[in-house]
Design a protein around this ligand. Structure first.
Ligand SMILES: NC(=O)c1ccc[n+]([C@@H]2O[C@H](COP(=O)([O-])OP(=O)(O)OC[C@H]3O[C@@H](n4cnc5c(N)ncnc54)[C@H](OP(=O)(O)O)[C@@H]3O)[C@@H](O)[C@H]2O)c1
Length: 303
């Protein structure tokens, strides 16, 4: 019988690719969404409303694995107080809602695999290489990741295997950070942002989806893992590599930081700061990245 994977936020960038990979690998996929789509032969939908604490838990007796991706997009709009609350609670309250169902209903869930982000370490702009054993940072995204992971740790107390993938910037062909960066590069006006020396920890979407699959199938995996390619590059190196791949000049002066703070407020840290993050722990578990260098990733994504 097919194993069933429930994906929260399965309608997003990562969720769509992951659903396809899981279907291709012979899994039955269910998606928990605020706006369920029409069911297909391959994918079933269930509804929840995290803010109101409502969840259709009829999926529970048929699910073998839960992959928790749901969360308000951190780069969608300025971080007002309300927006910050939404970013945090869409992750923590959603996890608590799943915990509530798992603790109250009969189920057969074998593993709970949750997204987290490299933002856990805080944005430092130092050359320190962050490992999973490093402490949480002290900015907004770090506290979101910390609270989110703490909520996942409550699920672990129900004796369910938990894995947390501290994900770097996901590079993909569609709707990803890379696609947002491309327009100025295409007209030869690409430039580094701010100081340009900030680290950019990234992962190719295909490798990220393979990592989720791996977290399902490698039953010895447990705890936090950085989900980054481990290729240490700076924002300036990224710009230069993109320009080279699409055969455009790269000569513009860096765009000043104040411009981004003016446009985006505190959210500008996503662009202007970054941390260098190690992939060693997951590699030691035997995971082999298909795209371990930016060059390979861009060859595939910008072909
Ligand atoms: N993309 C990246 O570069 C990146 C980097 C690091 C970490 N991550 C993390 O990886 C996860 C997936 O990323 P993604 O790029 O696929 O995100 P995405 O495209 O923004 O999709 C996230 C999904 O979460 C659901 N969602 C959004 N707000 C919600 C809310 N208030 N309550 C319940 N569900 C909500 C939505 O599904 P419905 O509309 O169907 O409900 C949405 O499709 C996210 O948690 C993100 O923080 C992503």
């Amino acid at each position: 019988m097919k194993k069933t994977v429930l994906i929260t936020g399965g309608t997003g960038l990562v969720g769509k690719s992951l659903s396809q990979l899981l279907v291709n690998k012979g899994y039955q996929v269910s998606i928990l969404s605020r706006r369920p789509k029409k069911e297909t032969e391959e994918i079933r939908y269930f509804q929840w409303d995290v803010e109101k604490g409502i969840i259709d838990d009829s999926f529970m007796d048929s699910v073998d694995f839960i992959i928790h991706l749901a969360g308000e997009n951190v780069a969608q709009s300025r971080w007002t107080t309300t927006r910050k609350r939404q970013i945090l609670e869409s992750r923590t309250r959603s996890t608590q809602l799943l915990h509530q169902v798992l603790s109250q209903k009969k189920h057969r869930v074998q593993a709970f695999i949750s997204s987290s982000a490299t933002g856990y370490y805080g944005t430092t702009n130092s050359s320190k290489i962050f490992k999973e054993s490093d402490p949480v940072g002290n900015d907004f995204l770090a506290s979101v990741c910390s609270d989110w992971e703490a909520a996942v740790d409550e699920v672990k107390k129900l004796e369910i295997r938990t894995v947390k993938l501290r994900t770097g910037v996901v590079l993909a062909k569609e709707k990803s950070a890379l696609q947002k960066m491309l327009p100025p590069f295409r007209i030869g006006l690409g430039a580094a942002l701010g100081g340009g020396k900030q680290y950019f920890s990234w992962i190719h979407i295909e490798d990220l989806c393979r990592l989720y699959l791996n977290a399902i199938e490698q039953t010895s995996l447990e705890g936090s893992f950085n989900a980054v390619a481990g290729d240490a590059i700076t924002n300036d190196m990224l710009g230069s590599e993109i320009a080279k791949k699409i055969r455009r000049p790269y000569f513009m002066p860096n765009l000043p930081s104040f411009l981004f703070y003016f446009l985006f407020g505190e959210m500008a840290v996503i662009l202007l700061k970054g941390s260098r993050v190690s992939a060693d722990k997951i590699k030691k578990e035997g995971f082999v990245f298909k795209y371990n260098t930016l060059e390979k990733a861009l060859d595939n994504l910008l072909e």
